[in-house]
Ligand binder design. Structure first.
Ligand code: ZN
Length: 62
């Protein structure tokens, strides 16, 4: 399974929340708010591509 995580743009601390619904608002390491950015894994890129392709197909079939 792909590991998905978050990275702090302030201290570069990277972690994976236990639940995707419980993402802390502050960095657990440096405690700065609004610094967390989602780290994209390969599966995320694949999802984006397949979504794009599906939308393109929808548009062309209409
Ligand atoms: Zn931090």
């Amino acid at each position: 399974m792909e590991t998905k995580g978050y990275q702090c743009s302030n201290c570069n601390y990277r972690f994976t929340p236990k639940s995707a619904e419980k993402i802390p608002e502050t960095c657990p390491y440096c405690n700065k708010p609004e610094t967390l950015e989602r780290v994209k894994g390969a599966q995320d890129y694949l999802d984006e591509i397949s979504t794009e392709m599906q939308e393109r197909e929808k548009r062309e079939s209409v």
